[in-house]
Ligand binder design. Structure first.
Ligand SMILES: Nc1ncnc2c1ncn2[C@@H]1O[C@H](COP(=O)(O)OP(=O)(O)OP(=O)(O)O)[C@@H](O)[C@H]1O
Ligand SMILES: Nc1ncnc2c1ncn2[C@@H]1O[C@H](COP(=O)(O)OP(=O)(O)OP(=O)(O)O)[C@@H](O)[C@H]1O
Ligand SMILES: [Mg+2]
Ligand SMILES: [Mg+2]
Lengths: 256, 256
């Protein structure tokens, strides 16, 4: 059974896509077979791996709405052991279209069944909302990684998010748990960043990963070249931080 | 008739809330009567003005779903001429609850009618999606200000956003137009920032405001004190940038 992990936070721009893409690449670098599912109509995970959203004929939309078997939607990337189910603009209609469909929260979970055996990790990048797409990801996943930007406004939504995760655990997916919170865009020069990290550690204790991702322009440049950080700037602080996060996740796993 | 402006962009974390709050404060400082409507369940505009989301008994949710007259929902802030219709967690259920309601896209437009006469500007802060809440904002507004973060991934979604605005203009609200795009979190030290600004100006020409908002830690600290930048750090670069944006908007207006 692969480890299925959703990257969720309704606060926008906190590093969901950057964490899913680069943690995925770091796990693949360590020899794991990784599938990344882009569940965001913005298709930022898709373009971060060098695939143009406009060229994508069939996307995760077809898996959710038309029952296309997922192995027909998997796209290879330029990196060995790191595959993608891409997104495209069709996905922006999915939430409204799913409202009338039976078992609407379980569509992703059902479609992932057919390919589960091929991967060690299935990572799911979510849009910035707690709507039906994110609900599908939480119903399918066993773990949720919550990227938390080192900003004051990013603190505000955490209790709403953890309440939603708890609700999904009780009603839809009993095996769902929080894998951990990862601090992103940490700026060692500002007092605010340190305060936010201290605040999150105070509330969530051990559930906050030790690996902290620093703010680094290399990380924001990499998507414009369609590459994960491990390919674009392999010895940068950003690449090191995501490798450290991968090590922590693997150690977590082994300990379970 | 007041100028009703939506702050919209489905990309998350690009500065929608920061721009709505601080442009609003700058316009109030110049003597205009401004109402800010927080249409995001995260309620970041609400907390940025010092109001705790948990203390909000009635919010814009009641205006959209229960027909509560908007003048009963208006809350005064600590700043003269700058009022707020707050958000709270109830709003996160609104999109699903509105699906079955007649004229669901026009709920905000209809409820704003009753208070339009009291304000020079009505600003609407949108969540990071193109769902029914943002649709309500676009149906009610005459102008849309699009904050664009100086990052590569922020470029990707612009065509989807402008297509949606055009669709709303044709089918729902013929007077809707793009007031302008404002570049946010510009970092003069990075090449990426300059490239993104050049790219956006190439595509959108005159529709890009001349005022560019620099990345500034003062701007991200201000919400933790519940104050707009004009109160928290009145002579900072961030405050100056939002005053310049207010001047440009007022000059735009006069020219129309
Ligand atoms: N550690 C970092 N240092 C510098 N820039 C970063 C870092 N992490 C992410 N970014 C940049 O910040 C922006 C927001 O990150 P990203 O798009 O990954 O967040 P997100 O949560 O997926 O956003 P959305 O809510 O829109 O899906 C992007 O432009 C990204 O390139
Ligand atoms: N010019 C700036 N300089 C530094 N930080 C900024 C600037 N503008 C915004 N921020 C910070 O960046 C983060 C994102 O901004 P903001 O929350 O306004 O974006 P948003 O588009 O409203 O996000 P969402 O999509 O979640 O609604 C916030 O923590 C904010 O304080
Ligand atoms: Mg994303
Ligand atoms: Mg916001």
């Amino acid at each position: 059974m692969p480890k299925q992990i959703a990257f969720a936070n309704q606060k926008g721009g906190v590093g969901k896509t950057t964490t899913a893409v680069n943690l995925g690449a770091a796990l693949a670098e360590k020899g794991r077979h990784v599938l990344l599912v882009d569940l965001d109509p913005q298709a930022n995970s898709t373009s971060s791996l060098g695939i143009n959203r406009g060229d994508v004929q069939r996307s995760i939309y077809d898996g959710l709405l038309d029952d296309t078997p997922l192995d027909q939607l998997v796209t290879l990337t330029n990196w060995l052991g790191f595959d993608l189910v891409p997104s495209n603009a069709a996905l922006s209609g999915a939430e409204v279209e799913l409202v009338g469909v039976p078992r609407r929260e379980y569509r992703l979970r059902d479609s992932l069944q057919s390919i589960a055996g091929h991967y060690d990790f299935i990572l799911i990048d979510c849009p910035p909302s707690l709507g039906l797409l994110t609900l599908n990801a939480l119903a399918a996943a066993e773990g949720v990684i919550i990227p938390v930007q080192c900003e004051y406004l990013a603190l505000e939504g955490l209790s709403q998010l953890t309440n939603t995760i708890e609700l999904v655990r009780r009603r839809v997916n009993p095996s769902l748990k929080i894998s951990g919170l990862v601090m992103t865009m940490a700026d060692a020069r500002t007092h605010l960043s340190q305060q936010v990290i201290a605040e999150v550690r105070k509330h969530f204790g051990e559930r906050v990963f030790k690996a902290v991702v620093p703010r680094s322009v290399r990380l924001s440049e990499a998507p414009s070249f369609g590459q994960p950080i491990t390919a674009y700037a392999p010895s940068s602080q950003g690449a090191e931080a995501y490798r450290a996060l991968a090590d922590e996740l693997l150690a977590h796993d082994a300990a379970l």
